[in-house]
Design a binder for this molecule. Sequence first.
Ligand SMILES: [Cu+2]
Length: 148
Amino acid sequence: MFAKLVAVSLLTLASSQLMAAECKTTIDSTDQMSFNTKAIEIDKSCKTFTVELTHSGSLPKNVMGHNWVLSKEADMQPIATDGLGAGIDKNYLKEGDTRIIAHTKVIGAGEKDSVTFDVSKLAAGEAYGFFCSFPGHISMMKGTVTLK
Ligand SMILES: [Cu+2]
């Protein structure tokens, strides 16, 4: 009986170590034009990575909408600038912009959206970042994405 218990707890331990790489994260956005994180780390063992975006504020998306956009760090500002004219229905992103690696739609208070992308799209040694492309938000709403 004791041996069986030990075996079971060893198994539990082994499987919890296998599960150690968390291949998803939840990021909250607010009425204060902010994300609740400045840095996202992606484990190299993840095949895909999922980001769930939430909005804990009370303002609607046409006033304080947020999305989550992933690109190379050098492409962040150009993507945001080119997306200004796209309008909220296009999530303030230029259609067919190949510099965008992944993005959620623009959400308002109480809404959520998620996006899953292939981690193989990220190259080791390249600097990546995330931001919100709602007009004017990138100055406050951005952070780094690192493969580790
Ligand atoms: Cu925003």
